[in-house]
Design a protein around this ligand. Structure first.
Ligand code: NAD
Length: 471
């Protein structure tokens, strides 16, 4: 292993696949789009199925030696990776801003987050459970890695969501192939290039490509597990494809998080927090608040305070340090103006980029699409409630089950209510707060399996019983 100085990347303009620690090119290339300017980003590889075969073969070859290292040794490699990310944080934050539209402070937070996540995750250790240990026999349960894993990643947190998967996979002793979204391939490829300076050949591989790349991975017999983060529709296809080779799957899918606001809240404190948790990352967060159920006694005052606060949030391009809300990442998620039932604010900067005005929908019907479906942009619905049981029913009347929150000065009552929400993570007087020590799992259509924490490391393993007769 080299010193941290050896990890400083000079160039954030040229991009390669990483296969067996070799930076490789492809005959065809493509480019993603800078959503702030609608201009092309630097070219990236378009992987072929032969590239997938080579990456799988490299990851398979690397697996036995990586598996046989101690957990401490693997953790040490991952910590070097965190150091290397830290050494390049400015370059990564700039690149991340260019590919996602995140304003400078948000991009810097995501780069810090991945470094912090690695440092927080590598403290976990898989331990053996002694079921029975007598003079005659010993029976233990242990977790052993699966082999080659692949992570299929969306575009909204292109660095975090990939690092979260690779960190658990590698720490457990698996080798890994990272497939970024075609919308945001650049940061992942650069992280791969950095990883080549740290990990043994074949342990980490990164392939960029087009929409056929994901299906090649899910079909590949040499891959033991797919960890997928993305939409419900694609998640179903991934699970179906994985069935053919009985791959393990973790699915982290869409959400439609609700917040229930009681009449006793302090509006000056709570409104900015709720707006932040709804609109951060321009609303493109799986666990953003998407439906705010406000008690009728304070509804009008809440709406007025929300509108006033939203107007203080500047929408702008990713290279402007005063921007609070960047563009949405791609035109697919920018709702065409003729589909909007309101007029966008004329002062919103649009230029050529994919900009949306932050929008609050005032008490839409429960069966309207904005309430029933996952929306992924600068929009949040405000809904009125008066009866506790009824609002709980409305909140739970969805196929999504990712997160939810309850806001009240009466913390006990709020927690009681939160525990009755049908969602994988429920918060009281906050939302979206996560850390590397916890695990996160979607209920219902929001997913299968858990991400982060010790639980996710176990999900990158097979269970093995070791039964030893001593007599
Ligand atoms: P998406 O489902 O369109 O794409 C996700 C990834 O899957 C991309 O890399 C894409 O190239 C790949 N893909 C597409 N078709 C595939 C196929 N048939 N087989 C294998 N891979 C395929 O999702 P998106 O638009 O990139 O991301 C937004 C979605 O992700 C939202 O629904 C959001 O809620 C969800 N998301 C969930 C979480 C979570 O933790 N639950 C986190 C972030 C985003």
């Amino acid at each position: 292993m080299g010193s941290v100085a050896d990890y400083k990347l000079e160039d954030f303009q040229t991009f390669y696949n990483l296969i067996n620690n070799e930076l490789t090119t492809t005959t065809r290339t493509r480019h993603a789009t800078n959503p702030s300017t609608n201009t092309p980003l630097p070219a990236v590889p378009v992987s072929t199925s032969e590239d997938v075969d080579r990456a799988v073969a490299a990851a398979q070859a690397a697996f036995p030696a990586w598996r046989d290292l101690t957990q401490n040794d693997r953790a040490a490699y991952l910590l070097r990776f965190a150091d290397a990310i830290q050494a390049n944080k400015e370059g990564f934050a700039k690149l991340l801003g260019e590919e996602t539209g995140k304003p400078p402070q948000s991009a810097a937070v995501e780069v810090w987050l991945i470094e912090d996540h690695i440092r927080g995750t590598v403290v976990h250790r898989l331990t053996e459970e002694v079921i029975e240990d007598t003079d005659e026999k010993r029976f233990i349960l242990r977790h052993v890695p699966l082999g080659v894993g692949a992570g299929i990643i969306p575009w909204n947190f292109p660095m975090t969501l990939g690092v979260v998967k690779l960190c658990s996979a590698l720490l457990a002793g698996n080798t890994f192939i990272w497939k970024p979204s075609p919308y945001t391939p650049n940061t992942a490829l650069k992280l791969g290039e950095l990883g080549a300076r740290i990990f043994p050949a074949g342990v980490l591989n990164v392939l960029s490509g087009e929409e056929d790349l994901g299906p090649w991975l899910t079909a590949h017999p040499g891959i033991a597990k797919i960890s997928f983060t993305g939409s419900v529709a694609t998640g179903k296809k991934v699970m179906q494809a994985c069935a053919a080779t009985l791959k393990r799957v973790t699915l982290e899918l869409g959400g439609n998080d609700a917040a229930i606001v009681y009449p006793d809240v302090d509006l000056a404190t709570v409104v900015p927090k709720i707006v932040f948790n709804a609109l951060v990352n321009s609303g493109q967060v799986c666990i953003a608040i998407k439906r705010v159920y406000v008690h009728e006694q304070i509804y009008d005052a809440f709406l007025a305070a929300m509108m006033a606060f939203v107007q203080t949030m500047k929408v702008g391009p990713s290279d402007d340090p005063t921007t609070v809300l960047g563009p949405v990442q791609n035109s697919m998620h920018a709702i065409p103006a003729d589909k909007l039932s309101f007029k966008p604010d004329a002062t919103t900067k649009t230029d050529a980029g994919f900009f949306l005005p932050p929008t609050i929908i005032d008490n839409p019907p429960d069966d309207s699409q904005i309430v029933a479906d996952e929306q992924f942009g600068l929009i949040v619905s405000l809904l009125k409630w008066s009866d506790e049981e009824d609002v709980l029913r409305r909140v739970n009347a969805t196929l999504f089950g990712l997160g939810g929150s309850v806001w009240s000065k009466d913390v006990q009552r709020a927690e009681k209510m939160a525990r009755r929400m049908e969602a994988g993570t429920v918060w009281v007087n906050t939302h979206l707060e996560c850390g590397a020590n916890g695990s996160y799992a979607g209920h219902k259509n929001s997913g299968i399996g858990a991400e982060c924490g010790l639980l996710s490391i176990k999900e990158w393993c097979n269970l093995q019983g070791v039964y030893v007769r001593k007599d």
